[in-house]
Design a protein. Sequence first.
Length: 617
Amino acid sequence: MGNLVRNDKIRNVAIIAHVDHGKTTLVDAMFKQSGVFREGEIVNDRIMDNMDLERERGITIAAKNCSVVWKGVKINIIDTPGHADFGGEVERALFMADSAILLVDASEGPLPQTRFVLRKALEAKLQIMVVINKIDRKDARPQEVLNEIGNLFIDLGADDEQLDFPVLYAIGRDGIAQETLEEKGENLHILMDKIIEFTKGPLYDPEQPFQMLVTDLSYNDYLGRLAIGKVVNGSVHCNESLVCIKENDVQARLKVSKLQLYQGVKLVDAEIVEPGDIVILAGIEDVHIGDTVATIDQPVALPRIKVDEPTVSMVFTINNGPLAGKDGKYVQLRKIKERLHKETLMNVSIRLEEPETNDYVIVKGRGELQMAIIVEQMRREGFELCVGRPTVIYKEIDGKKYEPIEHVYIECHEMFTGIVTEKLSARKGRMINLVNSANERAFMEFTVPSRGLIGYRDQFLTDTKGTGTLNTLFEGYEEYRGNFPVRFTGSIVSDRQGEAIAYALFNLEPRGELFITPGMPVYEGMIIGEHSKDLDIDVNPCKAKKLTNMRAAGKDDAVTLTPIKPMTLERAIHFINEDELVEVTPNSLRLRKTVLSAALRHAMRGKEYMESLKENS
Ligand SMILES: Nc1nc2c(ncn2[C@@H]2O[C@H](COP(=O)(O)OP(=O)(O)OP(=O)(O)O)[C@@H](O)[C@H]2O)c(=O)[nH]1
Ligand SMILES: [Mg+2]
C-alpha cells in the first residue's frame, strides 16, 4: 500500500442529530446560499425530504445525498434521519462521510439519538464539528448545551483531538451561523468556510486502482439499477468494464453505462470521476448495499457495511378476510414477498425471514415506526395485507432467554412522576435516576424492556397530558425480566358479516370504546372496539331495533353516538394482541382476530384451558 493522499477538492460531510433538531432545514439554507437554485426559483421547505411520507410526517426517513460548491470545493452533504428507528440509515450514511456536523438543539441539548449518532461517528473515526442550532428559541441555553456536548464526547471516549471540536451557533431556519454568541450572524458563510478549513478531503491511495463501496441503491426507468457510493480509490470512466464483488467474494462483471454526480439536489452526467467523490453508477442490475465495485485486474473487496441488528419483528401475511381484494392491486403472498425483498435491497436495517409453511413472512427491523412506514408505503402502492403485533427479537445466551432493553429518558411535570413510574414498573421498567428541577419539571431515567415500550408512547402522552417528552436509546440485551400483560383490555368482536347499525352500536357503547361508525362493513371475527374488561366478547353490531311499523331498519334510529377516534396504522399496530391482525388495504384499516370463526376461537380457548389445567395438576 502506498502513501495516502487527500483530495482537497472534495469534502464529504454527514449531518447528524437527534430527531427534529433541524438537519434538513439547515441543508435547505446551505443550498440557498451556495447558489444551487436559480434567482427567484420557487423551492419547497425541507427539499431533501422528498418522499411523500417524509413530507407528511415532517421527518426524514432515509439518508440522502446532495452537494454544494463553496469557494471551488465540492461539499457532498449527506442528510440523515434523527429518529431512532432509522438509525441504520445513519450508520450506512457514515460510510460515505469523512466528517460529520453534529447538530444540537440549543434548548433541548444532547438527547438519546445525539448520543447514538455521535457514538457511531466517533467509531467511524470521522472529524466532528458541532453546530448548536435554534439559538433563536426563547428557551435556548447554548452555553449549558455546549458543556453537555463536551461531557457527551468525554463519556463516549473521544480522544484529545476529537474533543477539540470547533463550535458554531446557528439559526438554521434563517440561514445564519456565527462563531460566538455575542456577534450577530448574517449568513452561513462561516459554516461553509469552517467545513472547508476544518474538515479534510477524503483520503485515498494513489497507487490503488478503482474501488467503490456501494452504500445506497436507486432505480431509473432508463438506466435500471443505480449503485451509489464513495469512490474510495482510483478513478473510473464511462464504458469501463469492472467487477462487482458480492458477499463471500462472488464476482460479477459489469460495464459502466453511465456515471453521475450530485450537483445540488440533481444528478449530472460525468465522463470520469475522482477518488473521494460520491458517485452514481449505472450498468449493474444485481448489486447490493455493501458490495465493492472494483477493476477486473485487481478485484479487492472493501470491508462490508455492517449495521446494528434488528430488534423488532412483525408478521406480514395475506389479507384472507371476507372483504379481501376489494380495493388492492396486489394481494398474493408472492407479490408481498417480492415487494419486501425490494425493501431489503434499499433498507439496510431490514431483514426477511421466510418460514417453510409459506403462509406468512417475518420482517425484522429497528422499531415499530420503521415497520409502520413500510406498511404505509405498501398500501399506497396498492397492496392489501395483514400484519401482526410487533414483537421484540429474543436471543438465547448460555441457555437463558435475553431480551432487548431500552434506556428511557423522560421529562415531565413533577405531578406525573407517580403515574409514569407506576406504568413503567408494570412493564418491568427499573428507575435509575430521578432529578427534580427548580421549575417543577422532573427528569427520570429508566431501563425498560423494549416489548414494554411498544404502544407505551401514546399512553405516556395521555398520562402526562401531552406535556412530557420521552426518548429512548437501545441499550443492549439483558436477561428476560419476566412476563407482563401487553394489554389490560379485551376486544369487542363482531359475530357476523353485515353492515354496522347505529342502534346496535349505541347499545354496545357501554362495553368499551368503539372503532367503527354506522354503515361500515363488518364481518365475523372483525374487532370493532376495545372491551373495557380483560376478555373478548362476540357481539352483533348489525342488530336493528325491533320495528312495529314499516320504518326501514337502521335509517331512523334517533341515537347519538360518541365520536370515534380515527384509527391510524400506528394505533392499530399498538392495539392488537398476539392473536390479532391489522388488515391493511389502500382505502381501509380494519382490526381482526387471526382466527375469524367465533366457534373455532372458543374451541381453541377451551383446549388451552384444558391444557393449563393439565399443566397445573
Ligand atoms: N426555532 C427554530 N426552529 C427551527 C430551526 N431550524 C429548524 N427548525 C424547525 O425544527 C423543525 C424540524 O426541522 P427539520 O429540519 O425537519 O429537522 P431534522 O433534524 O431534519 O428532523 P429529522 O430528519 O426528522 O430528524 C421544523 O419545524 C423546523 O422549522 C431554527 O433555527 N430555529
Ligand atoms: Mg430531516
